[in-house]
Design a protein. Sequence first.
Length: 403
Amino acid sequence: MYLRPKLSAMIGANTLQEFVVARQAEFAGATGDLSRLLTDIGTAAKMVNRHVNRAGLSGILGTHQENGSGTRNVQGEAQQKLDVYADDTFNRVLGSCLKVGGIVSEEQPDIIHVDHTERGQGKGYGKYVVCIDPLDGSSNVDVNISVGTIFGIHKRRSPLTGPATPQDFMQPAKDLVAAGYVLYGSSTMLVYSTGCGVNGFTFDPSIGEFFLSHPNMKFPEESTVYSINDANLDKSIPGVKPYVKDCRRRGLTARYTGALVADFHRNLIQGGIYMYPGTDAKPGGKLRMLYEAQPLAFLANQAGGKTRCHHQDLLHALPTSLHQRTPLFTGHPSEIDRLVQALEAQKATVLNPITQGRKHAPACRRLVMCNPTSCPHDISSPSSLGSASALAQLKTRSSFQML
Ligand code: AHG
Ligand code: MN
Ligand code: MN
């Protein structure tokens, strides 16, 4: 049965484009350049969405091959056919947007410089740079589980007369002018923020438009979910395991799809925390700073959440290379605070060989090996071992069971 919507609900039906343009008015002196860029991202997302939905029918499942062998990205990871298609599509659409001066993509080793004069399209280089994970969770494609796209947009700092520099991309997440993601799931959604809250749009394939469906998204007060790759738990930095035990004790349930976008999105709607910590083998974690962690940190902050890379607020961390990895903890602030408390308690423990009878060297080494600039942990100097402050921190661990 068809129920007629109320007239007021129909008037409120905003397309992505209408919404972006209406929101532009909130910024004094806005020129519409960012609006244009955001609607172009929406266009590219529609193109990728079409391919993702038909992947099983159009022969684009599986790994991308060149000269008879599988290709790998700059990080040595096998590229799926859809990784390559999504990368080509976003680069093509963004490259023809006159507002874009450069792109850093997970699938490309170097900055893609966009010179509009050379392309005969306009003058020189655009004022924005885009960091993008064109297809996040791409190993899910072949098994028909959700995947996504993640993007972050910075305003360039270098003069627009020349190509974009690495420093244009390597800005802290707090300085992003916009960030968002597309989730190709049971329905396709585009979620973005320009620093005035987070809004979600659902794609109507019959009309070919994104419509505002989730205005002003916020983490719910009550957290119900924690997300972590359980196989990494025993190897994770000290503190994560006691925190997870605490989550279980409080009745949170575990959910993990292996696609960061999907896990983040679910936790944003249902309440919870996502964790990809450093491990023994990978002290810097797995996720990429510029086009995975930073955009989600920006969104989480706008949705009332917090994000950490181990012992530092990720919003303020300064990246040091284009493809660097970072540990990532993001979600409801009270969960992040509890996790930080557990990390601090463990840090105090492992740094204090007297109280636990442990050697401090292995644990210290694990912490020190993380990139100290992108994730400058508060690493106690040897002289602080056994200090009053370390002992005081130990007392704060009372609510966590030490393993
Ligand atoms: P990508 O497909 O862009 O390389 O990203 C995969 C990432 C991320 O989406 C996910 O959260 C994580 O890898 C899963 O890693 P594990 O399989 O190690 O849990
Ligand atoms: Mn990814
Ligand atoms: Mn990817």
